[in-house]
Design a protein around this ligand. Structure first.
Ligand SMILES: [Zn+2]
Length: 418
């Protein structure tokens, strides 16, 4: 393949990145924004103009400058509202309210029985209570869950992981909460957060890989999240990794996730006799406890380190090398609960990953990010800020509602002289 590269092109989310950066750093000149976001000053000038026209950004007075052209820094028009994110898991809801720069203002964990027929009603009730605590106008709520979601706007979810079929997540929550609601696959939501607040500031084609209970992959191509035809792209966890093996919820055997997701690691450790049969029995969080205990044993027992974590690192390395060979990204970001044990995965991962990459991309870098539980919910919140600059219309009417709210909040602040 003869791919010509012409440098990263600005993402459709550039305006969201500008807002995020101004929120995080305070007022900045256009030149500073262009340098930080690695785009041309012409792009920043255009984005600044659009944001000012919509009342989201102000131009501050001229800075005293030591000669040369005076610079007028741009500033957020007040703290223009709050974004709320919810991550749905089988056992709880993690909820975060954040400022536009992604800084969390409030974080709550609510126990949640995902299997109840009225689960969505219960979720709505919990969220209604939490929304009352948010200090500032809520622009919208982003919801992230494992599985596939038809579109962010309608929010119909299918998730074998939590047992939801055709769940009307968007419709129910929207009606009950009275605010715009956007629903997305959890890994895609994290990927959007990377676009707005993370590596998306430096790269336009990259992969966001999660390790933990599930093994997932968000794909960004030319600054856009690639969702696939039905919103289900990036299921790296269902790459066949072994001819035979434990079953996955879709009925395959030997899928990457059933092998090296947290349940797979525990299964492997039992097979090798590193965990007793009754030790850490039960699903859910017992899996994570078991993985932590295994990591502690691996620190002093190389058989556990190689047999469980090194084995997993090698399988992940093969799968990711294949994916990088296929998609030719500039970089790969690795995050999720599993990065806590990354030091144990890494030697075998590194070896297998490099050895299976095509020569031309053997030096592709990967970054392992520090992880904390709030990140899933912050990823969901990022859906809200990103939706306000959705040029493709993927967020539809809900995105329009967010834009409307953002403009109202911003123009109120302007009138109030903020
Ligand atoms: Zn599978």
């Amino acid at each position: 393949m003869n791919a010509s590269t012409s440098g990263p092109r600005p993402s459709a989310l550039l305006p969201a990145s500008v807002l995020g950066l101004l929120g995080a750093r305070g007022p900045m000149t256009r030149a500073e924004l262009a340098a930080e976001l690695r785009v041309s000053s012409a792009s920043i000038t255009q984005v600044g103009k659009d944001l000012m026209a919509r009342g989201m950004v102000l131009e501050l007075g001229q800075l005293a400058s030591g000669g040369g052209r005076p610079a007028r820094p741009l500033s957020l028009a007040g703290s223009a509202g709050r974004i709320v994110g919810v991550k749905v898991t089988a056992s709880h809801l993690a909820v975060v309210a954040a400022k536009l720069d992604g800084e969390a203002q409030l974080a709550r964990t609510v126990p949640f029985d995902v299997g109840r027929p009225d689960a969505l009603d219960l979720a709505a009730r919990s969220l209604q209570e939490i929304l009352k605590e948010v200090d500032g106008p809520v622009l919208g709520v982003g919801v992230a869950l494992p599985g596939s979601v038809d579109s962010l706007e309608s929010g119909v979810a299918d998730s074998p992981t939590i047992g939801w079929r055709n769940a009307q997540v968007g419709a129910v929550l929207r009606q009950r909460l009275g605010v715009p609601v956007l629903v997305e696959n959890d890994v895609n939501a994290l990927t959007v957060a990377e676009q707005v607040y993370g590596v998306g500031r430096r790269y336009s084609t990259y992969l966001v890989v999660t390790i933990g209970r599930g093994i997932g992959c968000g794909i960004v191509i030319g600054g856009e999240v690639f969702r696939g035809a039905g919103g289900g792209a990036g299921e790296i966890g269902h790459l066949p990794a072994q001819a035979d093996g434990p079953p996955c919820p879709y009925g395959h055997s030997g899928c990457l996730e059933s092998l090296i997701g947290s349940a797979g690691l525990v299964r492997r450790a039992r097979e090798l006799g590193f965990l007793g049969t009754g030790e850490f029995a039960g699903g859910g969080d017992a899996e994570f406890d078991a993985v932590r205990a295994l990591a502690a044993r691996a620190a002093t027992d190389p058989a556990v380190a190689d047999g469980v974590f090194g084995w997993a690192g090698g399988l992940l390395g093969s799968a990711l090398a294949g994916t990088v060979n296929l998609l030719n990204p500039e970089t790969v970001v690795i995050l999720g609960e599993g990065v806590a044990q990354w030091a144990l995965w890494e030697p075998a991962f590194e070896e297998r990953f490099r050895s299976k990459l095509m020569a031309s991309r053997r030096s592709v870098p990967y970054l392992v990010e520090a992880w904390d539980e709030d990140k899933w919910a912050l990823g969901a919140a990022a859906l809200v800020i990103a939706s306000s600059f959705d040029k493709e219309g993927a967020t539809g009417y809900q995105g329009e509602l967010v834009r409307e709210r953002l403009s109202i909040v911003a123009s109120n602040r302007v009138k109030a002289g903020a």
